[in-house]
Every structure is written in structure tokens, then in C-alpha cells.
Design a protein around this ligand. Structure first.
Ligand code: ADP
Length: 202
């Protein structure tokens, strides 16, 4: 992306938009670490840690885990990172998280380079999530407790209320990169690569 050693990219977008898959690919291509807060929390649930037991019902209900927990997780993750080369998938999700992230990154001298917003029409999102659950079940893989139609709708609602306001926040910061998230995974990835390199050369 550039000569600057620090690289911080955020993926924004509603549940089912494909953030995890695309963030993974962008991270691999650019030598960045992908940090998915959903994956971290699900890992705690699977290992039945104290945190896992605390958050399991919140995840299953499609609600947000308290900001303090997320901020502590991210602070921890960033503390050993030098240079800071990271893609956030699923964080920040509230204005309080975005403010805390800005403070942490300021201390490290590594501001957000790009906030990629993956846009997918509402009517497609629920179908994608329910299909993901169905395919995991068919393949004998663990099915996420929140990949049911009812909980997926609750997650969309939480996204609209809590996370969508961050679009404006990163737009005003001049960091927002909007990408059409429809079409094949390769098509979407190509758009992301283009958009991020344009954002970086500004
Ligand atoms: P998706 O974007 O498809 O909903 P994620 O894997 O990103 O899935 O998140 C799954 C769940 O994990 C969320 O519904 C929420 O309960 C919890 N979670 C993940 N990231 C955060 C966050 N930054 N703040 C609060 N809760 C979070």
C-alpha cells in the first residue's frame, strides 16, 4: 500500500456483507494482521473462558458486548505490535469504541488509513447469513448461534442504530472508502484493492 510501515484499515458494513472474508484476503496480500473481534469472542465462548461464559448469551441474542470489554481486548492486541499493521473486522462498532481506538492509535502514532464500507442491499444480507448457517450445518461444521433469521434481523437492527453512525464519522475524517459488496468474492476483492490503493495515494 505505501512505504509507511504502519497500516491501519477498518472494515465497516452490516452483518453478512462479507467483511471477514475480504479482510482476510486483504490482510494476506499486504502482510497485515486481521483482528476479528467476533472470532476472538467466539473463541472465548468455545473455550468456555470466564469472558466466554459472560458473552455467550449476548452473542446468541445478537446484541453488542460492552464497550469496555472490546476496548480492553483491542488495547491488549495492539500493545505488542510494532509496527502497527492491522485490519479490524467488526471493530469499532460504536462511537465509544471508535473514540477509544483513535486514542490508542494516537499513542502509537498509527492513525486509521482507511475505513472500508462494504455495501450490500438489505434484502440480500439476511439470505446470505441464513445460507452461511445452512452450509455450515450441511458440512458438519459448527453453526454460529446467531446465524438464524431472527437473530440476524436483530443484528441488522443493532448495526443500523449503533454502528452505521460511524460511516459519517470516518467520512468526516476523510477516511471512508465505499465499496460495492455485491457480485462474486473476486469482484468485490478487486474493488477493495482499487479503492484502498486510491485512498492511500491521496
Ligand atoms: P457479524 O458482523 O456477521 O454480525 P461478527 O463476527 O463481527 O459478526 O460479530 C458477532 C457478534 O460478536 C456480534 O453480534 C456481537 O455480539 C459480538 N461483537 C463482535 N464485535 C463486537 C464489537 N466490536 N462490539 C461489541 N460486540 C461485538
Amino acid at each position: 500500500m505505501t512505504q509507511d510501515n504502519n497500516q491501519v484499515v477498518i472494515f465497516l458494513g452490516p452483518p453478512g456483507a462479507g467483511k471477514g472474508t475480504q479482510a482476510e484476503r486483504l490482510a494476506a496480500a499486504h502482510g497485515l494482521v486481521k483482528v476479528s473481534t467476533g472470532d476472538i469472542l467466539r473463541d472465548h465462548v468455545a473455550r468456555e473462558t470466564e469472558l466466554g461464559q459472560q458473552v455467550a448469551p449476548i452473542l446468541a441474542a445478537g446484541q453488542l458486548v460492552p464497550d469496555e470489554i472490546l476496548v480492553a481486548l483491542i488495547r491488549d492486541r495492539l500493545s505488542s505490535m510494532e509496527p502497527v499493521r492491522i485490519i479490524f473486522d467488526g471493530f469499532p462498532r460504536t462511537q465509544a469504541q471508535a473514540n477509544a481506538l483513535d486514542l490508542l492509535l494516537e499513542e502509537l502514532g498509527a492513525p486509521v488509513n482507511a475505513a472500508v464500507l462494504l455495501e450490500v442491499p438489505d434484502e440480500e444480507l439476511i439470505g446470505r447469513i441464513v445460507e452461511r448457517g445452512r452450509q455450515a450445518a450441511a458440512a458438519g461444521q459448527p453453526v454460529r448461534s446467531d446465524d438464524t433469521e431472527e437473530v440476524a434481523r436483530r443484528r441488522q437492527e443493532v448495526y443500523r442504530q449503533e454502528t452505521a453512525p460511524l460511516i459519517k464519522y470516518y467520512q468526516q475524517a476523510g477516511r471512508l472508502v465505499e465499496v460495492d459488496g455485491t457480485g462474486s468474492m473476486d469482484e468485490v476483492y478487486g474493488r477493495i484493492e482499487n479503492a484502498v490503493s486510491v485512498a492511500r495515494s491521496r
